[in-house]
Design a protein around this ligand. Sequence first.
Ligand code: BGC
Length: 764
Amino acid sequence: MKFPSFLSASVARFSSGLLILVCASCTSVIPASPPHANAVSLPSPALTDTAWRNRALPPQERATALLNAMTTDEKLRIVMGFTDPVVLLVKGAGQIDAGVMAEVMQRQVPGSAGYVPGVDRLGIPGQSQTDASIGVRVYGLPRTALPSSLATAASFDPAVTTAGGVMIAREARQSGFNVFLAGGANLAREPRNGRNFEYAGEDPLLTGTMVSGLIRGIQSQHMVSTMKHFAVNDQESQRTTLDVRISPQAMHQSDLLAFEFILDWAKPGSVMCAYNRLNGDWACENDALLNGVLKSEWGFTGYVMSDWGAVHSVDKAVNSGLDQMTGFPCCGDGVPYFARPLKEALNKATVSAARLDDMVLRILRPLFESGAYDDPPVVGPIDFQASAQVAQSAAEQSLVLLKNQGGLLPLSGHQHIAVIGGHADQGVLSGGGSSGVTPVGGNAVMGIQPVFWPGPVVYLPSSPLRALRQSLPDSQVDYDDGDDVDRASQLASKSDVAIVFVTQWMTEGFDGSLSLSGKQDQLVASVARANPHTIVVVESGGAVAMPWLPQVPAVLAAFYPGARGGEAIARILSGAVNPSGHLPITFPIDDAQTARDIAGRHLPDNSLVSITYDEGAALGYKWFDLVGAKPLFAFGHGLSYTQFAYTNLAVQPQGEALRVSFQVRNTGSRAGAVVPQIYVAAQRAAGWESVKRLGAFSKVMLSPGEVQSVTLTVDRRLLAIYNESHHEWNITPGAYDVLLGAASDDIRLQARIDMPGAVFSAKH
Ligand code: BGC
């Protein structure tokens, strides 16, 4: 749990004026001298005409020139980052240079995630860091929230996450930030993981594609983005004490593959290492992971920053590949390892000067590459209307129609509609923890526990009820809050259609439950008994169990649908928008269908514990395929108000990869977007984790009757097995099935190809 939340909240509520007041009362810590009193010299005119300011030179050259101009103290400034200035005053006293403290007090955006001091003399900007993947997170400062990352992953269209990335990065720059702590890419290995809503699902290709889209959007706006949390931070239970055990092969074919794709396709400037240990070592001092896989094998040239409070040492962390300690003091942090202790390590030569140079170069280069150095953020007004349009469009392309028996949806011609529960008269739910955005218009439902970290529980003020009334002007739409099940059921029985909103609040720091809280299941079952035309809208962090499903003809998965979620829900239910989202995760029937039962519960103490992910790379649909179980809803599933047909599947080798082509036709009577999914299945390849893997997908918009030819490429790594001893990928010779489906459990066409086999290096 963050430390201490009440102080963070107090910083947020007050202006930076108060911070100066607090600072002034601490004269023993902060001297009256200017913030950069400890910089080695005053700005020199000669330094304005230097190689690193020359935009015509490549980033590497500019970064090297700048590095060469820095003193050791200046280098040390930019490898250590801070959070919450008020707590810093208490915890940093005597440990952090006063000039650095003063700079953090003055320049950190109050209530934001963090700040890394710059070097004014050389024009190195301070790094102003904001959370996270759905928008700018500053306590008390309203900003636009995209739908959750899991929701936008359901669009199966990276153009959606790119547009979102551009929008949130613009808001971030207009708020004074140049580093975005976005790019959550852990796989939904554990369906009850409290942070699944911050990630992009259970499949490496889908996650890699969607998070790459987001990061490309962010970095196009001259900001550095992270990808996080590296690696296998796939549950929140015991996240800061857990040792995750998983075989290197399984890791490379699952969690690491998602990150590898993102590095290839989006080139994030930074990677945030995670809280957990991985195969024995903390992720932020894990030589095999950071120096081995990330930097050596994948050739990552940016910097590794720590998660807040995830550093445990100086020498081991630095020498294992951590480049920047960020977020001090957070989460119980006692030691600012990369401040004075790092200087002492340099003096004792337990850390080399060359390694410090490497760390600094890695931090500087992305500042040039992204444009953050040349184009600093300018605080200014935000066009919230335009931002909200982006959020609405993302939701409209993402929400998943799970069930629509008898064509109950879209709604049409109903005189009386009952809307029940879920605070649908006020707004839509969002997730908790460090990614939560303060909504424009304020929290629509105040006071739900927890109101402090990892809360507050926030409802974005986009009322589905209001939007439905606007979308359906000829219907009478009545609301019941659902608190009294009998009363709500009576309203349902008098209506033509009942729409029940159910919610599942998930948050960083805790794993949750597949079961809906309170009386929600009872409410749905009772309303469905009262009215057979019942539609359920699920606002959730991830998968939920639906014991009432057989009695309910229509279900819409809205996830956390963002700043205009109410409008998006109404436009889908009313048919103004044809749904086109597909599930990025499998919905199990219940806990008994999951791979293990440990998560979802905190152990009684915070002792070091380990967990072995025996399922290895067989997560989600791969697990269900292997055990032969039928989930509630399968990965890739999603309905439309039209229908599609697939023909002419053909497959050819393309180097070591595969080229797959087919045709898809809209056979229904209205326009809609289809998501053809290509799965690959090796006939006999020891080391394949699963029956099939997602190999490629696309999203295609089709008018009624329209046919389109589609050609997709299956990345060669999705055909291969990772060989840990040789650091290479092997494609086993033999027959491979190529399956074309509308979902992982709905395969429509199949072709077979013989592959000659191949071996290629995992080194980039
Ligand atoms: C989270 C990170 C976040 C950081 C800064 C940590 O608790 O795990 O995702 O970026 O806090 O707020």
